[in-house]
Structure formats: structure tokens, C-alpha cells
Design a protein around this ligand. Structure first.
Ligand SMILES: *Cc1c(COP(=O)(O)O)cnc(C)c1O
Length: 369
């Protein structure tokens, strides 16, 4: 029996529920022209400069990549006003979460996580045998006061997803200042800022300042969201050098592939693509918000490129019916809100199609009640 030889702990891990891939839906339902508004990818795609850089580098892939990500770290250091030894690059920021768990968590240690939030925190913690302490959101936002109270002498890491996935809300600088002030300085705080570039709220904390002050903080960012490189798998962390070197000890030597490094390097220089993506997201948000208001649909105002909204009926049904119309969304049941869905802001064409389909689906669902 595999159960007798595998680590007991792995049977306690809930499998990750990914957004359904377009090809899978087209294959299963025999339909075409499916759009995915489920995984917060950039609907405007990657930077054309990143594509060109990858094309030019293709012939190099018989060689191992630079395990140090020298040029990318150099560029990021310049952009962020830090040193290269403040940086670790990963196979997505998912990998950096795993490195954090491997480097810092022993069985029986505690980690504090908001609920609902990004499921990877629980995943990486459980693999290492840590105990997850969940603190419910308050008004769809991290409740940092309660999270602070949940910290014990066993706590090693607190995860702050800012903006929070799936709600899109942020905690403010005043809140994170207070939280860090009262926190035991031994506890490591992870600021997961996968949607950093989208945030417009002026009260958003500049968490790199905490790194600069030498606090026990690591900031995570990624090329998967606004940079449109989710398929390339590349993200990075910023922290003081001793935290970074602990992560390097558990990192695979060639964790970031060659094309990902090349693409990321070109992408950070493409300010135009970044601006266009921010602008497109803003336009989409405005359109969707006003449509929800017109239709009396509750939604959580987002600082990111996705929206958590209350469809008011079973989200699994909405998911299935939307899928038949060729629109992939994310159900809220996995986040403990069975009558919510999470959608990614799309192109204006996608947003319009989404509203037309949702209107149809909700009309049919309500007729059934
Ligand atoms: C998408 C996402 C990530 C992971 O991004 P990768 O860099 O693709 O691994 C991390 N955190 C949050 C909150 C996300 O939504």
C-alpha cells in the first residue's frame, strides 16, 4: 500500500483547483472561441519585446540557463533601488513560496493565513508539516488585528496577500505599519504582491521600505500577471540578504529557465505595454462595475485585475452554464462563498461577452428557483 510508505502528511493536502484551460473546454464541449476569465492572466498578452527576445534566444536552449539570473537581477535591482543580493528569482512566485516553506518551516511550526486567500500558502505549509492558522477576512479584507492576535511563539510566517486573491482588496500602509510594530520581530512576514502594478489606491503600503529598514519581511512579485508571462513561470522575491541566502540554500541550481529570464528582462523595459495593460484594466473595471450596479449585482471593489462578485445562485451552476457559452470563470465555493464567482477583467470585447452571457445564465438560474 502506497499509504504505508508515503508521508502521512501528503494525504492531508487539498489538490490545487486551477482555472480550466481553454483547450480542455473546447475539447470537452466541442465548441470554439472559448475565452478564459479565470486565472488573472493579462488579456492583452505579453510584451511584444518579450516575444522578440525569446525568439532571438531560442537557439541557446541547448545550454543550461544562468542559475544566478545575473542580468535579470541586475536590472530588477536598478529598477527597485535594491542590491542583487536582495533578490531571489523563482519558477513563478509559487516556487518562492515553496522555498520559504522549505527554508523556514519544521513540522509543528505555525503559519498564519487569511481566509479566503491564495491557496498556495496552505499547500506549501502543509508539505512541510506546519500547522495552518486561518483568520477570516473582515469585509473581504485581511483582518490584520486578528491575524496579529493569532501569532503565538510557534508562529514562523504570516502571509499577507496584498491585493488579496480572490477578493482584490488591499490592506493600507497604516494597517501594515501597526501590524509590524506589534509583531514579534522573529516572525517572517510575506507580502505577496502578485498584482502590485495594478493597485491605484494611495494608501497601498510601499512594502519595500520595510525591507530597506531591515525588517523580517519578504516581498513577492511576478511576471505572470501584468507582464503576461504566466506560461513562462517566473517571479521574484525581495528581502534582506540573510533571508535571500536561506532561500538560495534550498533552491534548485537551474530553477528559472532560459527563455523566462530573457522574456522577463525584455518585459521590464517595456513601459508602454505596462501602461497599456493598466489602462485597459481600468477601462474594463469601470465598465464591469457600472454594469454590476445597473443590474444590482454585489461586487467587491478591486485593486487588481479580477473581481469577486455575488451571483446570488449556486456558483457551480453558473460556472457550468457560462462554460457552455464559452466563458470560463472561477467558482466561489472553493473560497467559501458558494454564491460568488471570481472573474478576470478581460479585453472590452471579452467583458461585453461576459456580461451578455452572465445576464442569460442568471435569468435562467433565477427562473428555476
Ligand atoms: C497568480 C498568483 C501568484 C503566483 O504567480 P506565479 O508567479 O505564476 O507563480 C502568487 N500569488 C498570488 C496571490 C497570485 O494570484
Amino acid at each position: 500500500m502506497i499509504e504505508d510508505i508515503a508521508r502521512k502528511i501528503i494525504f492531508d493536502i487539498k489538490p490545487y483547483v486551477p482555472g480550466k484551460p481553454i483547450e480542455e473546454v473546447e475539447r470537452e464541449l466541442g465548441i470554439k472561441d472559448v475565452i478564459k476569465m479565470a486565472s488573472n492572466e493579462n488579456p492583452f498578452g505579453p510584451s511584444p519585446r518579450a516575444l522578440e527576445a525569446m525568439r532571438e534566444a531560442l537557439h541557446k536552449i541547448s545550454m543550461y540557463p544562468d542559475g544566478n539570473c545575473f542580468y535579470l537581477k541586475d536590472m530588477l535591482a536598478e529598477m527597485l533601488f535594491v542590491e542583487p543580493d536582495n533578490l531571489v528569482v523563482g519558477n513563478g512566485s509559487d516556487e518562492i513560496l515553496k522555498l520559504l516553506a522549505e527554508a523556514f518551516l519544521d513540522p509543528g511550526d505555525e503559519i498564519v493565513i487569511a481566509q479566503p486567500s491564495f491557496s498556495e500558502y496552505e499547500f506549501v505549509g502543509k508539505i512541510m508539516g506546519a500547522n495552518c492558522v486561518f483568520v477570516p477576512l473582515k469585509d473581504f479584507t485581511h483582518d490584520l488585528e486578528s491575524m496579529g492576535r493569532a501569532v503565538t511563539e510557534k508562529t514562523k510566517i504570516v502571509f499577507i496577500c496584498n491585493p488579496n486573491n480572490p477578493t482584490g482588496t488591499i490592506v493600507t500602509k497604516a494597517e501594515t505599519d501597526d501590524f509590524l510594530k506589534q509583531l514579534d520581530p522573529r516572525v517572517l512576514v510575506v507580502f505577496d504582491e502578485a498584482y502590485y502594478e495594478y493597485v491605484e489606491d494611495e494608501d497601498y503600503p510601499q512594502s519595500l521600505d520595510y525591507v530597506g529598514e531591515g525588517q523580517n519581511v519578504i516581498v513577492l512579485r511576478t511576471f505572470s500577471k501584468i507582464y503576461g508571462l504566466a506560461g513562462q513561470r517566473i517571479g521574484y522575491g525581495i528581502a534582506k540578504p540573510d533571508i535571500i541566502s536561506a532561500l538560495h540554500r534550498v533552491r534548485e541550481p537551474f530553477n528559472v529557465n532560459l527563455l523566462a529570464q530573457v522574456a522577463a528582462l525584455a518585459a521590464v523595459e517595456d513601459q508602454e505595454h505596462l501602461e497599456k495593460s493598466i489602462q485597459g484594466n481600468r477601462e474594463g473595471k469601470d465598465f464591469l462595475f457600472s454594469w454590476f450596479e445597473k443590474k444590482g449585482i454585489n461586487y467587491v471593489p478591486t485593486q487588481a485585475n479580477f473581481i469577486f462578485l455575488q451571483v446570488g445562485v449556486d456558483s457551480q451552476e453558473v460556472f457550468q452554464e457560462m462554460m457552455k457559452l464559452g466563458v470560463i470563470v472561477r467558482t466561489g465555493d472553493i473560497f467559501g462563498h458558494p454564491d460568488f464567482i471570481r472573474i478576470t477583467v478581460g479585453t472590452m470585447q471579452e467583458n461585453r461577452r461576459f456580461t451578455e452571457c452572465l445576464e442569460k445564465v442568471l435569468r435562467n438560474q433565477k427562473a428555476k428557483l
